[in-house]
Design a protein around this ligand. Structure first.
Ligand code: URA
Length: 245
């Protein structure tokens, strides 16, 4: 047996209409549960078992939504803002009834993988400092990055406020004349963490993109500003080693 939910709530949560539109549909006999017309919205159904039709069409109940967004620069990781476009402004209105929010934050000038969901418990677990969920970034850093930096990141960088970061894995991908291209995996999420870690080493991050969260990689085919629902396999990668009830 699954979770019981009010029929009218389930229908409006699934975007079938506003509360009053759903109420009208019920009143006009346009909603059936297991083939029987139901006119009372407060009646509870078991979304895993009961078959609901709305105006003749089967309604599949999906409680949580998980979107992978390739965040572009210039938008902020918030649900609303008076000055800037937010990541939620990039999401189609047809998803709005899910009450979505971003899982954590990327800076306004950071690109890449951002999960958008309405699953508060999973979000809490993914962001919990106790879980040490890895996050991988590619960065372009002004100044030379070398083996001593790899060692310093592995030991734990001390930030400007005295905080000692957990060991992080730094890989140098290529070195240009004035810049280094690196991949960095960290296991926590302090404010501006990656930028401040390189600043502590005398470098400056000029480009930052998140490519992985836990075992989930950003789909390289997903264009900046685009998003799509996670596949089942991707969801498993996202929650790997993160307890969910
Ligand atoms: N670290 C940063 O400095 N910025 C981000 O957006 C993410 C991690």
């Amino acid at each position: 047996m699954g979770e019981k939910i009010r029929l009218d709530k389930m229908l409006s949560n699934m975007g079938k209409g506003t509360r009053s539109e759903v109420k009208d549909a019920l009143r006009f006999g346009q909603v059936k549960v297991n083939g029987m017309t139901v006119r009372v919205g407060k009646e509870k159904i078991d979304a895993d078992v009961d078959e609901v039709t709305y105006r003749g069409e089967k309604v599949i109940y999906q409680k949580f939504l998980y979107l992978m967004l390739n965040k572009p620069q210039g938008v902020i990781s918030a649900t609303e803002d008076n000055h800037h476009e937010t990541v939620l402004d990039l999401i189609d209105a047809s998803y709005k009834h899910y009450d979505l929010f971003p899982v954590g934050r990327l800076d306004i000038d950071t690109e890449g993988l951002l999960i958008i969901t309405n699953d508060g418990e999973l979000t809490h677990n993914l962001l919990s400092p106790k879980k040490h969920v890895p996050k991988t970034y590619i960065a372009k850093v002004k100044g030379a990055v070398g083996p001593t930096d790899i060692d310093a990141f592995a030991r734990g960088i001390t930030l400007d406020d005295g905080y000692v970061c957990k060991p992080a894995e730094l890989v140098i991908d290529s070195v240009e004349e004035d810049f280094s291209n690196v991949t960095l995996t960290i296991h926590e999420g302090k404010f501006h963490q990656v930028k401040r870690m390189f600043e502590a080493q005398g470098g400056q991050v000029v480009f930052l993109k998140r490519t992985m969260m836990n075992a989930l990689s950003l789909d390289p085919e997903l264009e900046l500003g685009s998003y799509r629902e996670l596949t089942d396999d991707e969801f498993k990668r996202l929650v790997q080693n993160v307890e969910i009830s």
